[in-house]
Write a protein that binds this ligand. Structure first.
Ligand code: UDP
Ligand code: MG
Length: 317
């Protein structure tokens, strides 16, 4: 009998005791091609409720279920990273525990993967039932992110996606500590396909993305993918110095010649001096910024490139 392909499903959970079982039974109902076997990996992000005992219970009853528990609440992105490192197989799917990512999409994702996609991104269709604040803040975040990074991150991009083993090995080469997976996937290259889905309502419990967590994610995503804020000093510096030069021409050229009687001594030189010094300071800060950008990039230790293929002659002398 030919060996089955393994597709692991990574599910980060934080206080999802009621969703763990529900998601399990939904996943078990799926009609998956015979030659594929699903494995479930729950990542407990240090829940305070009975999430972990439920995962352990499931794992004892079904050998295709396993779990890892983190020592404290590291956040969704870190929990996903932990799951991706732990999961093996020919493909890995990441999805939320609350059933907002409909399990019924999984057969389509697998089909797309078998047709040759390295990554299958699931794009959330606009959801009119979401609170206005969440819709506005999310759209604002994606717009700012695109402006700052020039990466084409779709408004509805979610962390519901499939990686084949090649894309997964690429993702695991990104060693950074404050990871923003949606951004990393944009840097990955490889053959990526997108499918749309209609998000379901959260099954049990409340959102675990509190406002501070959302702000931290947005800040982390923007800072780790864009050096623009550090380069802003350059533009402010140029504006201040240009203003100083224009004011010199205005004050000493036009005003002294045309209205010499109105001149207040010292005023113009003060304005010019302050603008020039501020401008120079900003310019110097932007030079320091360039060094910090380089240190930051080195610290992130991102792969410089990912090799897609090699001819058979590589390595033979
Ligand atoms: N989650 C996590 N750690 C956290 C916050 C959330 O593992 O600190 C998990 C959560 O259990 C869920 C997924 O991340 O499976 C997405 O969170 P949630 O559904 O609360 O976010 P929302 O859909 O409201 O944006
Ligand atoms: Mg959710």
């Amino acid at each position: 009998m030919p060996t089955k392909k393994i597709c692991s499903i990574v599910i980060p959970c934080y206080n999802e005791e009621d969703n763990v079982m529900q998601l399990y039974s939904e996943l078990k109902k799926l009609s998956i091609p015979e030659h594929i076997s699903l494995k479930l990996l729950y990542v407990d992000d240090n829940s305070e409720d009975d999430t972990w005992p439920r995962i352990c219970e499931l794992s004892r009853a079904d050998s295709s279920v396993s779990g890892i528990k983190l020592t404290r609440n590291y956040g969704h992105q870190a929990a996903l990273q932990a799951g991706l490192r732990e999961a093996g197989g020919d493909a890995v799917i990441t999805m939320d525990a609350d059933l907002q990512h409909p399990p019924s999409c999984i057969p389509r994702m697998i089909e797309c993967w078998e047709d040759g996609a390295n990554v299958v991104n699931m794009i959330r269709k606009p959801d009119p039932t979401l609170p206005v604040f969440k819709r506005v803040s999310s759209s604002l975040f994606y717009k700012t992110f695109r402006f700052l990074t020039r990466l084409s991150l779709n408004d509805g991009q979610s962390d519901f996606r499939l990686f084949d083993s090649f894309a997964l090995s690429g993702i695991l080469q990104f060693q950074e500590k404050c990871i923003f997976l949606r951004g990393i996937v944009c840097l990955l290259g490889t053959k990526q396909e997108s499918l749309e889905f209609i998000p379901a309502a959260r099954q049990y419990g409340e959102t675990k993305y509190t406002l501070p967590k959302m702000l931290r994610l947005a800040l982390n995503a923007s800072i780790s993918f864009s050096a623009f804020p550090l380069r802003l000093g350059f533009f402010i510096g140029i504006i201040c110095i240009s203003f100083a030069f224009i004011y010199v021409i205005y004050a000493f050229g036009i005003r002294i010649i045309i209205y010499p009687e109105n001149i207040q001594h010292g005023w113009a030189s003060l304005v010019v001096l302050i603008s020039f010094l501020f401008g120079s300071q900003f310019l110097y800060m932007s030079i320091m910024g360039e060094y910090i950008i380089r240190i930051f990039n080195e610290c992130k230790n991102r792969p410089t490139y990912i090799v897609e293929g090699k001819t058979s002659s590589v390595g033979k002398s």
